[in-house]
Design a binder for this molecule. Structure first.
Ligand code: CP3
Length: 342
């Protein structure tokens, strides 16, 4: 029998949706914190295939999720392209910045990334050997716009202002960066697929700050280019797109880009998604992450409401965004039991 996750991605309506969770390998789990300490720090963990595979497997062993997501980070690709990258504890990522064409000259080409990323491909190979036969392996990358926001500003930004400023102030330079990211993301995901990823997901975490024509040009178009290139090279590979907080931009996104599944955040309701989105593709989502902290009857009610709203079409249960470090591991079990009706 084919894996549940792959059946939902192929468009099947299932009696119980498959389930996994964004950031399922993460700091809310004591076993993750222990392995990260063994690796030394977060980036050393990402580049250690045995330990990265180990943390990927931890939530599968603990909870039996239907899918495992490769443990890595969207910022490894800019690092492979030559950007400096480091993480400040308690604050987040820092990168060298891009403010104009002179900063682009130091970057490598799309075909020069694989030596740096070889440990990630090795992690995928280990996982495709070691995962239980019913568990689907998801590879991923950041979408070009989201990765560009980090490369331009050198850090997380609340409103992506530096990236918007470059996009408007020096569109030629910005377009060169977007092209490089689009092309190298195709190469990166293609290698993950060759190593054994069965699905790939494109995270456009900051898509919500692009509006109108800018959303079409910098969120939708790159996703379409990446998806069509991957489908040409790897016919049948299922792809999940996550243009987070796209709002009305979600409508038609799967159809226009060729994505098999649209992941939605919790700023839109599951009933709205069932009506306006699920006719085009499988829907993934969208329980608010705070329920993993607060638990209780609200978690149960909200989980049931989402399953109920999306039950007449293909659905993969997930959170609307990543689980946070202050979550209680028992609430994750409660969510899974509620979805599976046990
Ligand atoms: O379990 C999984 O979901 C797989 C691994 C994964 C990580 N990051 C591990 C991680 C995935 C898929 C990502 C994607 C990612 N990384 C995104 C897109 C999804 C999203 O959350 O919107 C983004 C924007 C990043 C960049 C990034 N990485 C930031 C901004 C941070 C710091 C914020 C934070 O949560 O601490 C990270 C660090 C990071 N990536 C951690 C993990 C488990 C925490 C690092 C640690 O252990 O100290």
């Amino acid at each position: 029998m084919t894996k549940l996750m792959l059946r939902a991605l192929a468009g099947e309506t299932l009696p119980t949706p498959p389930i996994w969770m964004m950031r399922q390998a993460g700091r809310y789990l004591p076993e993750y914190r222990a392995t990260r300490a063994k690796a030394g720090d977060f980036l050393s963990l990402c580049y250690n295939p045995d330990l990265a595979a180990e943390v990927t497997l931890q939530p599968i062993r603990r909870y039996g999720f239907d899918a495992a997501i490769l443990f890595a980070d969207i910022l490894l690709l800019p690092q492979a392209l030559g950007a400096d990258l480091w993480f400040v504890t308690g604050e987040g990522p820092r990168l060298s910045t891009i403010s104009g064409p002179e900063d682009m000259r130091g970057l490598k080409g799309k075909d020069d990334i694989h030596e740096h990323l070889a440990p990630v491909y090795e992690t995928v190979r280990i996982l495709s050997r070691e995962l239980p036969s019913e568990t689907t392996l998801i590879g991923f990358a950041g979408a070009p716009w989201t990765v560009a926001t980090y490369m331009i500003a050198g850090r997380s930004t609340p409103d992506q202002r530096p990236a918007h400023a470059l996009r408007e102030g020096d569109p030629r330079c910005f377009d060169v960066l977007m092209d490089l990211l689009t092309e190298s993301t195709i190469e990166y995901l293609s290698m993950q697929i060759e190593a054994g990823a069965e699905v790939v997901k494109l995270f456009d975490s900051w898509a919500g700050s692009l509006k109108g024509a800018a959303f079409a040009k910098y969120a939708l178009e790159p996703a379409k280019r990446i998806i069509s290139a991957l489908k040409e090279r790897h016919p049948g590979i299922p792809i999940i797109a996550f243009p987070r907080e796209a709002g009305e931009g979600y409508v038609g996104f799967a159809k226009a880009t060729g994505a098999d599944c649209l992941a939605i955040d919790n700023s839109v309701s599951a009933t709205w998604a069932a009506e306006h989105l699920q006719g085009d593709s499988c829907i993934q989502g969208n329980l608010a992450s705070r329920h993993m902290v607060t638990g209780g009857q609200d978690l149960i009610d909200e989980t049931r409401a989402i399953v109920e709203a999306l039950k007449n079409g293909p659905h993969i249960f997930n959170l609307g965004h990543g689980i946070t470090p202050d979550a209680d591991p028992e609430n994750v079990q409660l969510m899974i039991d509620t979805v599976r009706g046990v």
